[in-house]
Design a protein around this ligand. Structure first.
Ligand SMILES: [Fe+2]
Ligand SMILES: [Fe+2]
Length: 214
């Protein structure tokens, strides 16, 4: 009885620590350096830097949402299979979060002021998806990753040509998001119904519109 309740308490503490790290800037160590081939910072005009910072604030928010989604899913997943299957993806998402933070710092900018809200909403959606079924939960991850990949490609196309630094970071993230999508499908994720996909896209667009500025 006692070891079990300790185990639940331990998990709650670890979960709370992970949530705090997701929402407090610069609180995560990255396991990998920035995926760039030069330490030189690109020269950007004020307007260009502002635009790149807006895009990176969106991408940082996307990574906060990924943390919330994976943490919520881990809380309610029907068995350990989903948790284990998604563990590697969740670890890589932490690097993405740190890379986005680093680039925002370099641009003298900041993450979204609504970061705790983005995390909470995503945590709720991940937890709800986990309650429905493993197949739905993994399908939700797969669809999320597919939509993230689409907007990463869109952002890459909007970058100033000289900002290869941001482009290389986003390219590496895109490669890994598509691997996360494949992992979710390989472990049993099923395609989501069109209304669910449309609602997710609509919610993502609201988030992007707000996070670009704030
Ligand atoms: Fe990511
Ligand atoms: Fe991902």
């Amino acid at each position: 009885m006692r070891p079990q309740s300790l185990s639940v308490l331990d998990r709650a503490i670890v979960g709370f620590d992970k949530a705090l790290r997701a929402v407090i800037p610069n609180s995560n160590p990255s396991t990998r350096p920035l995926p760039v081939d030069s330490d030189a910072l690109p020269e950007l005009s004020i307007n260009e830097a502002r635009h790149v910072a807006g895009l990176m604030r969106i991408n940082h928010t996307g990574e906060v949402c990924a943390q919330g989604l994976y943490h919520g899913q881990a809380l309610t997943a029907k068995n350990d299979t989903v948790r284990e299957a998604m563990h590697h993806s969740a670890e890589e998402e932490i690097d993405h979060l740190v890379w986005c933070e680093t680039r925002l710092n370099e641009l003298s900018s900041h993450p979204s002021v609504f970061t705790p809200i983005w995390y909470g909403l995503s945590f709720g959606m991940g937890a709800a998806a986990g309650l429905i079924s493993n197949e739905f939960s993994l399908g939700f991850v797969a669809e999320t990753e597919a939509q993230v990949s689409e907007h990463l490609q869109d952002h890459i196309s909007q970058l100033p040509k000289q900002d290869q630094r941001t482009a290389q970071i986003l390219q590496q993230m895109d490669i890994e998001e598509l691997q996360h999508r494949s992992a979710a499908i390989d472990h049993g994720g099923t395609p989501l119904a069109p209304p669910v996909r449309i609602t997710m896209r609509w919610l993502a667009n609201q988030m992007k519109a707000v996070a670009y500025h704030l």
